[in-house]
Design a binder for this molecule. Structure first.
Ligand SMILES: Nc1nc2c(ncn2[C@@H]2O[C@H](COP(=O)(O)OP(=O)(O)OP(=O)(O)O)[C@@H](O)[C@H]2O)c(=O)[nH]1
Ligand SMILES: [Mg+2]
Length: 548
């Protein structure tokens, strides 16, 4: 124990007067002589001593009064200040009676809790105690252990304060033991009311259950996350068997690790069985998918796709690249351009007005060839008519439909005296009778194999579906008749950029031995306008250099 140092009396005198100081010194000396532990000047003992002095003096004094600290300013933290308040108040409440006994029987927290409330607490007091309570509560330390022999006033105040706090914090339960020994659990709210009414209730508040900390779990946006409620399953009810988790099946041949389209396949182990049960057609379909995903496009194709924003793109990406998304086919535009619509078409031939001048159902109805012709062939609904509109940016001149088989005749359009654009009927699936469809196919075949002045056939291929057998048939025919043709991938906006590149690579590889094919494979989207300017540039050359 640290011995108490007698502080210079002159210094301690400043607030309470010289006589009082002298008296105190004397008292301290007496205590020392009796062997009573009075005070150490270290931190812990200092308080005790001060409290003792205050009580004996019968007046409220701050502990600092006992310390020589004239003219010394001490930086007091918020915590210290609060702590001091607690101690001061607790002494106030005890009112100088039986200090040692009450202090030994209360934990510090208990005493502070009790003492902070007077019989009729003022507003300030209430707030103070509430704050302290909450602090204790948060720290998870609040435990009132074995309170017994509490004087009536203190007892009432304890009940009041606990009850009021229970009300405020709203989750309080306590165990109250009555004199008779019966224990019951009550809400502290209720308890507060009861205890006010009955005075002879002797309280023994045993150790409260540790309460869960009131913490709010906030998500990243600052919203409160509610904890998931536990579902209580009654014992007598049988528990449902746990749901089987879906497992993703990976195609063993697929290097891109994409899921196989067949969603019925759930288990990797059952994949082989499924393959066995598959019809040969399905098996081929799967292996075609896998083969397609195994294609590694060349870096030149990949960079072309990226540069022209081909493939499925977000609107924000198109915006950020400087394209005006308010106009139709925005990517067919000069980035950050403010010029008018017509001026955006860089190629002169395609700036001319697109005019329909002939339609043919049979070869004898073909108009006399006067202009270099560019024909657009492909399966039904691949986007032939739409491409004519977007090349000229004259929407609605050529009729389009989402129903395959709209174009049923060979339609001739001219761009002034520069070019003739020919919209061919589609082949393959269409809403038409088989004989009619066959007649279209025959007409197309006749046109591409016999037409004089046909400078190029743009063979349109759906990017998602690739080339179909009928496409290869037409290719063979054009090869035989040495008709120049160029592959144009359409609807590129429907697939991912990587798949656009793969498709282009695949077709380029499959046709690399052909002689009449014109490279490179073009890639467009009439919807977004991606790749349209490049196609215009390629086809515009035909108009410039060929004299009619
Ligand atoms: N997403 C998307 N849709 C397109 C594109 N091009 C055309 N379409 C749509 O595809 C459908 C068919 O377009 P058409 O131009 O009529 O196709 P077509 O090849 O002329 O069809 P047929 O005359 O029946 O042979 C229409 O609903 C178009 O809006 C494209 O680049 N992207
Ligand atoms: Mg059409």
């Amino acid at each position: 124990m640290t011995q108490a140092k007698p502080a210079p009396s002159g210094k301690r005198n400043w607030s309470s007067g010289g006589t009082a100081a002298g008296r105190k010194n004397k008292e301290r000396g007496d205590d020392k002589a009796k062997g009573i532990r009075v005070a150490g000047w270290n931190k812990g003992d200092k308080k005790k001593e001060d409290k003792g002095r205050q009580v004996s003096a019968g007046s409220k004094r701050r502990w600092s009064e006992g310390v020589p600290r004239v003219g010394v300013k001490r930086a007091v933290s918020g915590f210290d200040r609060r702590k001091r308040k607690i101690d001061d108040d607790s002494w106030d409440d005890d009112g100088g009676k039986d200090v040692s006994s009450s202090k030994s029987k209360f934990t510090r927290k208990c005493s502070s809790t009790i003492s902070r409330r007077k019989v009729s607490p003022g507003k300030g007091d209430r707030l103070k105690s509430q704050t302290l309570y909450e602090d204790d509560y948060r720290a998870g330390k609040r435990s009132i252990s074995k309170v017994s022999d509490v004087s009536r006033g203190v007892k009432n105040r304890l009940v009041n304060s606990v009850a009021s706090k229970g009300k405020k914090l709203g989750a309080s339960e306590g165990v109250i033991r009555t004199k008779k020994g019966g224990a019951k659990e009550v809400d502290l709210d209720e308890e507060a009311v009861n205890s006010k009414k009955s005075d002879d209730l002797d309280l023994i508040i045993e150790e409260e259950k540790p309460r869960p900390r009131l913490t709010r779990v906030l998500d990243q946006t600052g919203k409160k996350i509610k904890p998931a409620k536990k579902v209580v399953v009654p014992d007598n009810e049988e528990r449902a068997p746990p749901k089987k988790r879906k497992r993703m099946k990976l195609d063993p041949y697929d290097t891109s690790n994409k899921r196989i389209e067949d969603s019925s396949i759930q288990d990797v182990s059952s994949a082989e069985k499924v393959l066995v049960n598959c019809t040969p057609e399905e098996e081929t379909e799967m292996s075609i998918n896998a083969k397609f995903r195994a294609i590694q496009p060349s870096s030149s194709i990949l960079s072309y796709v990226e540069d022209n924003l081909l493939g499925r793109r977000r609107l924000i990406e198109i915006k950020n690249a400087g394209y005006n998304v308010k106009i139709s086919a925005p990517l067919d535009n000069v980035p950050f351009s403010t010029s008018t619509e017509r001026e955006r078409i860089e190629d002169i031939a395609f700036r001319n007005k697109l005019e329909f001048f002939a339609a043919a159902k049979i070869s004898s109805s073909f108009p006399t060839p006067t202009l270099p012709e560019i024909a657009f062939a492909g399966v039904s609904n691949v986007g032939k008519s739409s491409l004519l509109n977007s090349l000229t940016r004259q929407w609605g001149v050529v009729r389009t439909s989402d129903k395959p088989g709209l174009t049923q005749t060979i339609n001739f359009f001219q761009l002034a005296s520069k070019l003739c654009l020919v919209d061919l009927p589609g082949y393959g699936f269409a809403y038409a009778k088989d004989e009619v469809k066959e007649s279209w196919e025959e007409l197309v075949k006749e046109y591409v194999s016999t037409r004089v002045g046909l400078e190029r056939v743009c063979l349109l291929v759906h990017t998602k579906r690739g080339m179909k057998p009928l496409d290869y048939e037409l290719v063979d025919l054009m090869e035989r008749h040495k008709t120049p043709y160029q592959i144009v991938l359409t609807k590129t906006d429907l697939v991912f950029p990587i798949d656009v590149a793969r498709r282009a690579m695949e077709i380029q590889e499959s046709l690399k031995r052909n002689k009449s094919v014109v490279n490179p494979v073009m890639m467009v989207s009439s919807k977004t306008g991606a790749g349209i300017r490049n196609l215009r540039g390629v086809l515009g050359k035909l108009a410039r250099f060929i004299k009619p």
